[in-house]
Design a protein around this ligand. Structure first.
Ligand code: PSV
Ligand code: MN
Ligand code: MN
Length: 394
């Protein structure tokens, strides 16, 4: 079908899909594993420069992944201006900067929530250093995920920890440039198991609202109890204009960090349906669509390509929902009719539409095949000898 013969929803879907972007995590390219074993893969990147080079491959074959998130201190370099230019030379840019206050002995009992003001000072300063990095990389967002929490009832004062958190966040917020944002990520368990200090979207939202308009909530799809209606949270945060970003991944049990759309593609579709309903797909909507994944047993660059394609497919299907038919059925109280409209879109094969779109953009319609045929994997395996590979955490 030529574009002029497509139904109106498909034409609109195509236009919207052209504007979608998905941000990649630098840590998806380094070696990772479980607490049982980290497997190293041939050609693994040895430093942030090589991680960005690998991320640029994902953008090269999908055309929709133009940014890479950094994790500080995993991605420490001497010159962030040089790293930025390196990214730009490869056709991508540096996106969100993730702070890390969970791999230092001082943070055993928390960081911004720690009972000792000396440790809290250290944690605030770590975030201020991230803001400094962002000045050089041109990043907009500082993503804060805290491993803070308690393992035992009575271990510390739940309310006092919230007060300390509010105080630390306020100091970091005060250092933001007008175009920058804090995006605050919640997680209901792990590494602490009795309570975490930002366990849910409500806690994150309360802190963001107290901070101001430059603070937004991050929703990581792996950070909820099983059975949680995540699309409801998406709808609610969009309603109040506080959904800053997604960390997309799949989970079967806990924070599995598997390929987005692999475990529950229907959930991803339902999430994207709420995004489309709120007109929040475009990059200027303020919602940053990021991946937060690890590829422990599968090759990493194709793993990221697959993930990006899964998010695109869910988006395409959500764009194909016949919204006027849906509204009419909803207003008429036609339960099965309304459900049917949604399922019709979900059950549509969106792959031909996406393949056409890629061809139109001068890309190979099959990014997985194109990457495999490029020889890049063989080249990095041969070239990246010497030095040590970057792992999850370095
Ligand atoms: C924590 O589980 C998390 O989802 C946060 O986003 C971190 O930044 C990321 O994983 C990597 O540890
Ligand atoms: Mn995350
Ligand atoms: Mn996580």
């Amino acid at each position: 079908m030529s574009p002029s013969q497509l139904p109106a929803t498909a034409t609109a879907a195509r236009e919207a899909l052209r504007t979608q972007t998905i941000e990649l995590p630098s840590w998806a390219f380094g070696n990772s594993g479980t607490r049982f074993k980290v497997f190293s893969q041939p050609g693994g990147p040895r430093d942030p420069y090589e991680k960005i080079a690998d991320a640029a491959q994902v953008h090269r074959y999908t055309g929709v992944a133009p940014r890479v998130s950094l994790h500080i201190p995993w991605d420490l370099v001497d010159d962030y201006g040089a790293l930025r230019r390196h990214a730009e030379d490869l056709g991508v840019s540096i996106g969100t900067v993730n702070s890390n206050t969970f791999q230092d002995d001082d943070y055993m009992l928390g960081s911004l929530c720690h009972p000792d003001p000396v440790v809290r000072r250290k944690a605030v300063d770590a975030h201020l250093r991230c803001l400094d990095v962002m000045g050089h990389t041109g990043s907009r967002d500082l993503k804060i995920w805290l491993a803070d929490g308690l393992n035992y009832p009575g271990q510390d004062d739940l309310r006092a920890r919230q007060d300390r958190l509010a105080e630390g966040l306020a100091e970091i917020y005060a250092a933001l440039e007008p175009h920058q944002r804090i995006v605050l990520e919640y997680k209901f368990f792990e590494p602490s198991f009795y309570s975490t200090d930002v366990p849910d979207w409500g806690t994150s939202l309360l802190h963001c609202m107290a901070l101001g308009d430059q603070a937004m909530v991050v929703l990581d799809t792996g950070h909820h109890a099983p059975g949680t209606n995540i699309e409801f949270i998406v709808a609610q945060l969009l309603r109040v204009g506080r959904l800053g970003a997604f960390d997309f991944n799949s989970r079967f049990y806990a924070d599995d960090d598997l390929i987005a759309g692999a475990a529950d593609p229907f959930q991803l579709f339902r999430i994207m349906h709420e995004i489309i309903s709120a007109d929040a797909l475009q990059p200027d909507s303020g919602v940053n669509f990021m991946l937060d994944q690890c590829h422990n047993i599968e090759p990493k660059i194709p793993g990221q390509i697959r993930s990006v394609m899964n998010v695109q497919e869910a988006t395409a299907k959500a764009l194909l929902v016949d919204r006027s038919a849906l509204r009419a059925a909803q207003e008429a109280g036609d339960v099965l009719g309304a459900h049917g409209v949604l399922m019709d879109a979900y059950n549509t094969d969106a792959r031909p539409l996406l393949a056409d779109l890629r061809t139109e953009q001068g890309l190979d319609p099959d990014p997985m095949r194109a990457y495999a045929a490029s020889g890049y994997a063989e080249r990095i395996a041969a070239e990246r000898v010497g030095g040590s590979q970057a792992g999850w955490g370095a």
